[in-house]
Ligand binder design. Structure first.
Ligand SMILES: Nc1ncnc2c1ncn2[C@@H]1O[C@H](COP(=O)(O)OP(=O)(O)O)[C@@H](O)[C@H]1O
Ligand SMILES: O=C(O)[C@@H](O)C(=O)COP(=O)(O)O
Length: 416
């Protein structure tokens, strides 16, 4: 293994796995830290954790365990992958995890770059933009667990870490990899927020980071890395081995992000739909059994069960039952539903939302995922070879309006 990645959620992990696979590396995505060694043909290993919203100490210890396993597999460089919208609270977890990894790896200048231009995320003057909006004015200000209320990544990160926060601005980045390498080489320990607005900026940053032991960012930070291993990688045949499967596909959507809400609205116009309500789960009016039975009944028509709701509805549930408890109730329900539908023989599941996807993948006890073709920027089709399950783990804010139907087509046998 040449390159190791630690993803703080599961959609994000498949996002960076997709980037590396598209750029020619043999990639495997693991659910948590594997108990065994990786297969010797894996060139980039992505350890998917569900640490984005966990208590800081747990996020740090799981990330360190992932780093140790990746180092044991032979990786010389590690990427800590977090969200392109820098999803975190003032307390963390991005800063504390990045700091702990840097200390473990002996890295003193840590690149911090969530940019992902293909999905509209750019960083300029240290501020994160989502398309033409500042992060804090985008839908992310209403996120159920990590509302992003400050677009200045330098300032937000400085709440989370004791390390100084430095900045490499766009004018240096536009000068290319030598200029970036020189800026990184300053003898001053720091987290270094790096501006990037175009793919070519990220490629230059990747090239400049060739000898860095640790990088952190969104999946865009991986764009330039495979080239650094050009002499060593054998190339992958990911797209050609993708087969897909016959049979029905269902959608489980727990993301309340703007893009997902639009995709749900679009999908329910022409497919059977079941809205999951937190109050109904708490009262027992809705149960995992009733939801799974409904999905199984409608399986031939692309059904969707969703808890995705507007900020007002989410707030009401959180006021009544608590923020964490509402999320746990919804996630636990999706886990039971996924187990029941898979138990009934359904092999294709599309999940929307990072926490939601993580809960489902862990709940189904999936060990590893092979990366298939891209459905939308940042979202590949994936395959669990052990249970022969086909999935798409969609990040809350990614994907076209008709993403769910597109994903169903992509998961079909013979789709590519
Ligand atoms: N109707 C709802 N009310 C309260 N919380 C909800 C509701 N629907 C989903 N959630 C929770 O909100 C969180 C959404 O996060 P996630 O799945 O990561 O989506 P995204 O990718 O958009 O961030 C999950 O923990 C989910 O369980
Ligand atoms: O970087 C991104 O935006 C995604 O890869 C990601 O991390 C997704 O997180 P969710 O929006 O919570 O699914």
């Amino acid at each position: 293994m040449l390159l190791g990645c630690i993803g703080d959620d599961f959609t994000g992990s498949s996002d960076i796995a997709n980037t590396l696979a598209k750029r020619g590396m043999r990639v495997a995505q693991y659910t948590g830290v594997p108990a065994r060694s990786a297969s010797s043909d894996v060139e980039a290993g992505v350890v998917a954790l569900k640490t984005r919203t966990e208590p800081v100490a747990e996020a740090v210890s799981k990330s360190l365990a992932a780093a140790d396993w990746l180092l044991d597999q032979g990786c010389g460089q590690i990427v800590f992958k977090y969200c392109s919208t820098f999803d975190s609270t003032r307390q963390g977890n991005i800063g504390p995890v990045a700091q702990a990894l840097a200390e473990r790896l002996g890295e003193d200048r840590v690149i911090v770059c969530p940019a992902f231009p293909a999905t509209g995320r750019s960083i300029y003057k240290g501020h994160l933009f989502v398309s033409d909006q500042l992060l804090s004015e985008s839908g992310m200000r209403d996120h159920p667990l990590t509302p992003m209320t400050d677009s200045d990544i330098r300032r937000w990160l400085s709440h989370q870490t004791g390390w100084p926060v430095d900045h490499i601005d766009a004018s240096t980045v536009f000068d290319g990899s030598d200029a970036i390498r020189a800026a990184l080489a300053q003898p001053k320990r720091a987290m270094v927020v790096v501006d990037a607005i175009r793919d070519e900026d990220l490629v230059a940053i990747g090239k400049a980071a060739k000898d860095r032991k640790l990088l952190t960012g969104g999946s865009g930070i991986a764009l330039g890395l495979p080239d650094n291993f050009a002499d060593l990688i054998k190339g992958n045949d990911g797209a050609t081995v993708w087969k897909g499967a016959d049979g029905p596909a269902i959608v489980l959507s727990g993301s309340c992000s703007l893009a997902t809400r639009g995709q749900v609205t679009h999908h329910i116009k022409s497919h059977p739909s079941l809205e999951i309500r937190v109050e109904a789960l708490v009262s027992g009016e809705q149960t995992a059994d009733s939801i799974a039975s409904w999905l199984i009944e409608h399986q031939d028509h692309g059904p969707i069960a969703y808890s995705s709701a507007d900020p007002g509805v989410v707030r009401q549930a959180q006021d009544l039952f608590g923020r964490e408890a509402s999320a746990e109730q919804v996630e636990a329900t999706f886990v039971s539903v996924a187990r029941k539908v898979v138990g009934s023989g359904i092999r294709k599941i599309i999940t929307a939302g990072g926490e939601t996807s993580g809960a489902v993948v862990e709940g189904l006890e999936i060990n590893s995922l092979a990366i298939g073709p891209e459905i939308a920027p940042g979202v590949p089709a994936v395959h669990d070879p052990d249970q022969d399950l086909y999935l798409a783990l969609k990040s809350g804010n990614f994907g076209q309006e008709d993403f769910f139907a597109r994903a169903m087509t992509m998961l079909e046998r013979g789709s590519t």
